[in-house]
Design a protein around this ligand. Structure first.
Ligand SMILES: Nc1nc2c(ncn2[C@@H]2O[C@H](COP(=O)(O)OP(=O)(O)OP(=O)(O)O)[C@@H](O)[C@H]2O)c(=O)[nH]1
Ligand SMILES: [Mg+2]
Length: 480
């Protein structure tokens, strides 16, 4: 049962205006089983409550409702029932009790308002403002409930009627806000919640508390994300694969070569697995079920390994710079050649199956000396068998590439609105973040990466690294 203290808001509007989408984005629900979004008009046929719960306590309730389908006729019917003057709650109650099923949608959407819910009226301002919309606004005004109008604008451009929409809505609603349900991010969701606070004086305390809880939860998610990223980087940088070769096998160049190939494959498979696990955790924290994080082969395109500036910033020596400059230009083609050259068996399938980190490595592998670095991990054991140990790549950019891969996809994940229902594979964007890190943060991370690469991460550095990553994640959230 709901207590009288509970703020309740009904999301109302014309069919197909994006009511369910607005709610799905606001409440981070990307599951059609829980909140149905569809291009078929009339998809929501009954009122459906969605509870915002923190620590087992319901803080706010939103009600998704069917759209107005015959607003002009409903307006006339209510006026007829009421007679002279402006109808109020009593007449609306009578309408809901007495009107037939031809006004089924209107009856159902009005019910929560009669019980005290506030109004979140969703319109698509690209639609021409016609009489039927004015009828909806008028009926909602008659409820006397706190009313917020939401212009669910699809894209940046405002339609020719938008000013007119604003003027009319301004007259009939307490507040008008824009909210692009397909693109709104955390800050815009918070802004919409705060707008509810402005219209609903009666539940000020509960709404303020809810907003504080939402903000706090966001903070805690970021902290959990930083922990996950630290865990991933530590594991990825310390990753090694090994095999023991019998003396006979070791002596044969072909067999030895095959073992190295096998280990390379395993190395990148393990690396991709670590990356997948990291992303499953991150997507879980941010409640995304339709996003996938399998990195595409081009995930790191444009990361600018060839740019002189990048290399200098990462503190590479003169010789390395010279090499980098020499391969700039033909790098992409060369990367594939070098990669396949080293992987004679099933190279095609291997490259196809590799995750983004591997693809990035191959791109980095355009520098031939780096390829040798990986093999530099080959160690001879003692006794009968000899052990081969492989990884991590010697490319000094490798840790930064991994981190940029996480950060660019993190940014993409946060800009994905939960109201969308299409599948999406998270790809890293062109612009990396690490190259813009302040020097202190870069130095700290470089030091920590160094210890991780040796396979013994420095625990004493971890609190500082955690804070550095928190800062970086917060910057990524507000970027672009
Ligand atoms: N591009 C874009 N499409 C949107 C946006 N909001 C909603 N849509 C699409 O519009 C269609 C209708 O969205 P719904 O949220 O189901 O609309 P509704 O108002 O709940 O519709 P009914 O329940 O049928 O009354 C869906 O195909 C949505 O994906 C938006 O901000 N941008
Ligand atoms: Mg709907």
């Amino acid at each position: 049962m709901r207590s009288d203290d509970l703020p309740v808001f009904a999301v109302v509007g014309r069919v197909n205006m994006g009511k369910s989408t607005v709610l799905a984005t606001l409440l981070e629900i990307d599951d059609n089983e829980v909140l149905r979004v569809s291009s078929t008009p009339g998809e929501t046929t009954h009122c459906q409550p969605h509870r915002v719960v923190f620590g087992n306590r319901e803080c706010v309730r939103f009600i998704d409702s069917p759209g107005f389908s015959r607003p002009v006729e409903a307006l006339r019917a209510i006026q007829r029932m009421h007679g002279e003057g402006t109808p109020g709650l009593d007449s609306l109650r009578r309408f809901v009790a007495q009107a037939g099923e031809d006004f089924g949608d209107e009856k159902r959407l009005l019910e929560p308002l009669l019980e005290g819910a506030g109004v979140l009226y969703v319109v698509d301002p690209a639609k021409p403002l016609r009489d039927d919309f004015l009828a909806e606004m008028e009926i909602l005004r008659w409820t006397g409930r706190p009313r917020l109008a939401v212009l669910n604008r699809r894209g940046d451009a405002s339609g020719p009627d938008e000013e007119q929409w604003r003027a009319r809505l301004g007259g009939a609603f307490n507040l008008v806000r824009t909210f692009d349900a397909h693109r709104a991010r955390y800050d815009e969701r918070l802004r919409l919640l705060k707008a509810l606070l402005e219209i609903e004086e009666r539940h000020r305390r509960q709404l303020e508390e809810t907003i504080a809880l939402v903000e706090d939860e966001w903070q805690r998610r970021r902290e959990a994300a930083a922990e996950i990223v630290i865990g991933f980087l530590e594991a990825a940088l310390g990753l090694r694969v090994s095999a023991t070769l019998e003396a006979r096998e070791w002596r044969s160049r072909t067999r030895r070569g095959r073992q190295v190939e096998m280990l390379e494959r395993r190395y990148f498979e393990d690396l991709s697995r670590l990356e997948r696990r990291c992303w499953n955790d991150l997507l879980g924290i941010y409640r995304h079920h339709l996003l996938q994080a399998e990195a595409r082969a081009d995930a790191f395109a444009g990361i600018d390994l060839e740019s002189m500036e990048t290399w200098t910033k990462w503190g590479l020596g003169r010789t390395q710079l010279a090499t980098a400059a020499a391969v700039a230009g033909g790098a992409a083609g060369l990367a594939v050649d070098v990669a396949t050259g080293g992987l004679t068996h099933g190279a095609g399938t291997l490259i196809g199956a590799l995750g983004g980190a591997a693809a990035a490595w191959f791109k980095g592998g355009a520098l031939p000396d780096l390829r040798i670095d990986l093999r530099g991990g080959v160690k001879l054991g003692t006794g009968e068998g000899r052990s081969l140990v492989l990884g991590p790549p010697g490319n000094p950019n490798f840790p930064w590439i991994l981190l940029d891969g996480v950060l660019t996809r993190y940014q993409r994940m946060l800009s994905r609105a939960h109201g969308r229902r299409d599948d999406e594979v998270l790809a890293g964007s062109e612009a990396g973040f690490t190259r813009r890190f302040p020097p202190l943060r870069r130095d700290l991370l470089a030091k920590w990466f160094g210890t991780c690469l040796k396979g013994v991460s420095n625990r004493a550095l971890e609190p500082a690294v955690f804070n550095a990553l928190l800062e970086a994640l917060a910057e990524v959230e507000i970027a672009g």
